[in-house]
Write a protein that binds this ligand. Structure first.
Ligand SMILES: *Cc1c(COP(=O)(O)O)cnc(C)c1O
Length: 539
């Protein structure tokens, strides 16, 4: 082992540049530390004993870290998940989890007395480094690939960084930045190969374990989730988080390791492709086709091997999602849980939806999603063209015309025939969501029942056009509801849609095939397409 302040950038024995930080914890009293933490401010520096800074006076901070772990309400209900938590990294000082990396890396530069640095970035690293660099008085040269949105580069420019945009991809841009740094003899940020980056990301794991400890054990004990999910480019986040959980397990602070859900954009998914071929070494993607610059690392190198080994050891899943799926997921998350995220984070949620649908993530699992970055600016692609109504006031300069007539005629042009839908669902949040989706769209009247018996009573009273039922409910379950309907002359012809997260046996599947009109897995009815399917049964 080499002391960090004597480290020259590669292992003195083997020359490997990907190194791991170890701490001299012989005299570390973990229990005393846990007690002391309770009185510390909630920035990531509360864990400074496990961070690579010798002197805390060198810390450059903007109160980063300590982001909330928010329990999902409506999205969780939609997906049929009981414990879905959103680690809201959008609340970092520059709006992404790269603030963690910036505070540790820039503080390390201050400790080493370095006042100029070169970084290659798809956007967020450069923004965060520019802000922290500004505070430290460190001059930043930021290199961006072609794909980076102008707004991101402008933000970095605002903090005073030198902005260099290339016409190449991210890997080419990294090479250019490296040779520039070498020629000019300026310090090059080594990204994922730097101790600071991995150690910084690790703090997310400490926070999550502490926060879940409060949720599940009243703060008496910390807890690892069953899953940690993130959209992956270079892999710094999950590698750091994995290391953090490993350390806590070794300290005896937690007693399990999370599985990793690693999601890439299908237009640039070297890790997912290698994983699907069961290969431990990834083949670089030369021509990335995603427009999501943040996730466009075509050459993951050793990072993939580390993540592959993690998944072998502790479990996990690699999966990809398309840009379209990511944009749809952004809308779903914003409209169900009130969080607006950037496209890279949309990829994560699109992957979550798939993993729930495919049964990889189970209803009882404790799932933490890294809500890695904010959607600012909201890209046109996410909302499409029709997101606003323009009211032209130019012809009436004195008294603006209130657009009453057109609005009223639009409203009154609604279809006239009212359809009655009975929704039987014991999860209140899911029931409310379904009724909102239906009532918002078509001329539906929704009747909610929280158990099977109540549902049957309503049906007998109003003779609905459609019944939507869950399967697993206390007392009278969905199967009994269906059997009762089929045996009742007044009810037997009403179309039935089953929405359920239950894993079906062969017999159950057969029973449903013979008796119902449509089966929807929970998690597949996130949006308008659900309503579309339901409506198709109504006409
Ligand atoms: C950097 C970044 C990612 C990918 O992070 P890695 O852990 O380096 O793969 C995902 N989302 C956002 C918002 C990012 O800025």
């Amino acid at each position: 082992m080499t002391a960090l302040n004597e480290f020259t950038g590669a292992c003195p024995n083997c020359g490997d540049k990907l190194v791991e930080a170890r701490y001299d914890h012989d005299n570390f009293d973990v229990q005393a530390w846990l007690q002391d933490l309770k009185n510390r401010p909630s920035t990531l520096w509360r864990y400074h004993e496990v961070l690579p800074i010798y002197d805390t006076d060198n810390i450059i901070s903007l109160n980063e870290g300590g982001t909330p772990l928010i329990k999902s309400r409506r999205l969780a209900a939609t997906l049929g998940l009981k414990h879905l938590y959103l680690k809201d990294e959008r609340q970092g000082p520059t709006g992404s989890f790269k603030d963690r990396q910036a505070t540790v890396a820039i503080s390390a530069l201050v400790e080493k007395d370095i006042d100029e640095v070169v970084v290659a970035s798809t956007g967020n690293v450069a923004i965060a480094y520019s802000a922290y660099g500004a505070r430290a008085g460190i001059h930043l040269w930021a290199f961006f690939p072609q794909l980076t949105p102008n707004d991101k580069m402008r933000e970095a420019a605002l903090y005073g960084a030198e902005i260099i945009k290339t016409t190449g991809n991210y890997d080419q841009t990294k090479q250019l930045a490296a040779s520039f740094a070498k020629n000019k003899d300026i310090f090059l940020d080594r990204g994922i190969k730097s101790v600071a980056a991995i150690e910084a990301m690790k703090t997310m794991a400490y926070e999550i374990a502490e926060q879940l400890g409060t949720e599940f054990h009243d703060g008496e004990k910390w807890r690892a989730p069953d899953w940690f999910l993130q959209g992956v480019s270079g892999g710094m986040g999950p590698i750091g988080v994995g290391k953090g959980f490993r350390e806590m397990l070794d300290f005896g602070i937690t007693d399990s390791m999370p599985k990793m859900g690693l999601i890439q954009s299908s237009g640039c998914a070297p890790m997912v492709e290698a994983f699907n071929r069961k290969q431990r070494v990834a083949t670089p993607v030369e021509e990335s086709t995603t427009i999501i610059a943040t996730l466009a690392t075509g050459t993951p190198g050793r990072a993939y091997e580390i993540l592959y080994d993690y998944v072998e050891d502790y479990g996990g899943h690699f999966i990809s999602a398309s840009d379209e799926e990511a944009f749809q997921a952004i809308r779903v998350l914003a409209q169900q849980d009130g969080m607006s995220v950037e496209p890279a984070t949309g990829v994560t949620f699109a992957g979550l939806f798939k993993m729930v649908r495919e049964g990889v993530i189970k209803p009882d699992d404790v799932v933490v999603v890294n809500v890695s970055g904010h959607t600012l600016p909201v890209e046109t692609r996410i909302l499409g063209e029709q997101w606003q109504k323009l009211i032209d006031l130019s012809e009436t300069p004195t008294s603006p015309k209130v657009p009453e007539a057109s609005l009223i005629s639009a409203v009154s042009a609604m279809p006239v025939q009212l359809k009655r839908v009975v929704v039987i669902e014991d999860n209140q949040a899911a029931a409310r969501l379904m009724s909102r989706l239906l009532e918002g769209r078509e001329n539906c009247e929704v009747y909610l029942a929280h158990n099977g018996a109540a549902g049957l009573n309503i049906m007998r009273e109003i003779e609905p056009d459609l019944v939507i039922t869950d399967l697993m409910m206390p007392d009278v379950d969905g199967f009994t509801v269906i059997n009762t309907m089929k045996a009742d002359d007044g009810l037997k012809d009403i179309p039935i849609v089953v929405v359920s997260a239950k894993e079906l046996t062969v017999q159950e599947q057969q029973f449903l095939d013979n008796n119902i009109d449509m089966l929807l897995q929970k998690g597949s009815f996130l949006d308008d397409s659900f309503v579309e399917k339901i409506i198709s049964r109504l006409n």
